[in-house]
Design a protein around this ligand. Structure first.
Ligand code: HSE
Length: 372
């Protein structure tokens, strides 16, 4: 039975991963070891009948790490940068499964999203690839939604606008959003109780507080609640943000496309909690009907669900709050656009902590356990 070391298992993505692994009984087939940077030597969880010790090991101790057959890290880029190199220097031959982006675009890494690139994963395993890295959340969620169209080579290009949740920035950002909500509400709650309230005065108060230095904004650097941030991650030389750059780069790596598929757009942070939404303009290669497009999309995988393009169902189903905490990938607002018969509009939503992060990691671990 394989020894699997977990690092960063208490963070947001890590805890979603552990929760899913418990649910799917993945711990029955491994001997888990839990690593820590802050509670070394203390007791860790017992999640498997194969575990005889539950001590927390030092996440920076490469002597212990190198004893593992598989390492699963949800600890972030900085950890990977340091530890992966050290383990390679020690000629460690295990599998490295990583939720962070540092190794994602390397030649010897496969971005794992098995409902989309199962063949690439199996071929990689046969060839001896050892690094399996989770994709960027918006990319994975978009691919899960449009997989059928990609597999039938129907997509010419995609233009995308994202509506990304606070959780994408980390747990501190989620808390900060809540603090901002509370801060603003407290400042106007008595005004709201006044039956003769003047909404424009309240709005002015909110604006002044939002732009002041007294509201918490250490993480977002500005107010997200009641506003939005049309920039995610660093600036690239061509004016894209890094999040926007990943759209095309990772899509083509995941699909291992022979001919580059163009994906470009604008990534925006909004005040939702854990679902990323995306508004898509898709140029298809053939003039096929919306009915056929819906069939191709929904026949591809069991998680993608079509929402009919009507108001009632859209507001009931096609919302971040409805999708939150589920593995469903919803896609709706599907229609041909006025631009021409090969231009499709669509809106898709997925949970960025599940299919956007933890689930591809859980599934690649399962694949490696079963196939190596
Ligand atoms: N980069 C994403 C975001 C996080 O900021 O929303 C998930 O990859």
């Amino acid at each position: 039975m394989k020894c699997v070391g977990f690092i960063g298992w208490r963070g947001m993505v890590g805890s979603v991963l552990i929760e899913r692994m418990i649910k799917k009984k993945n711990f029955d087939n491994i001997i888990p070891y839990f690593f820590s940077t802050s509670q070394i030597g203390k007791s860790g969880p017992i999640l498997s009948k194969n575990q005889d010790i539950n001590i927390l090991y030092n996440a920076y101790d490469t002597d212990i790490l190198q004893e593992m057959d598989i390492l699963v890290t949800c600890y972030g880029n900085d950890y990977t940068k340091i530890i992966y190199k050290k383990l390679k220097k020690k000629k460690w031959k295990g599998y490295w499964i990583d939720a962070s982006s540092y190794l994602r675009m390397k030649k010897k890494s496969i971005i794992c999203l098995d409902p989309i690139n199962k063949e690439l994963i199996y071929k990689g395993l046969e060839k001896g690839i050892k690094n399996f890295i989770g994709g960027n959340c918006t990319v994975s969620l978009m691919l899960m939604a449009l997989s059928g169209l990609f597999k039938k080579d129907l997509i010419d290009w995609i233009s995308v606008s994202t509506y990304q949740a606070a959780s994408g920035g980390g747990s501190k950002n989620m808390c900060e959003l809540l603090e901002q909500m509370g801060f603003i509400y407290k400042s106007i709650k008595y005004d709201l109780k006044n039956i003769n309230y003047k909404i424009l005065e309240i709005e002015k108060k909110i604006k002044n507080i939002s732009l002041s230095n007294i509201i918490p904004k250490e993480n977002f650097k500005c107010v997200l609640f009641g506003s939005l941030i049309p920039w995610i991650d660093k600036r690239m030389n061509n004016g894209q943000s890094r999040e926007e750059w990943k759209g095309q780069a990772e899509t083509n790596k995941i699909l291992s496309s022979k001919k580059k598929i163009i994906v470009d757009g604008l990534c925006v942070r909004i005040g939702t909690f854990r679902c990323h939404s995306q508004s898509l303009t898709i140029k298809i290669k053939k003039n096929i009907s919306i009915q056929e497009i819906k069939q191709i999309i929904s026949n591809d995988n069991r998680w993608v669900k079509i929402v009919p393009n009507v108001y009632e169902e859209t507001i009931k189903k096609l919302t971040p709050i409805n999708v939150s905490g589920t593995l469903n990938i919803l896609i709706g607002r599907l229609r041909k656009m006025n631009i021409g018969s090969k231009y499709i509009s669509a809106f898709t939503i997925g949970d960025q902590l599940l299919w956007g992060a933890a689930e591809p990691i859980r599934r690649i671990l399962e694949i490696i356990i079963l196939n190596t």
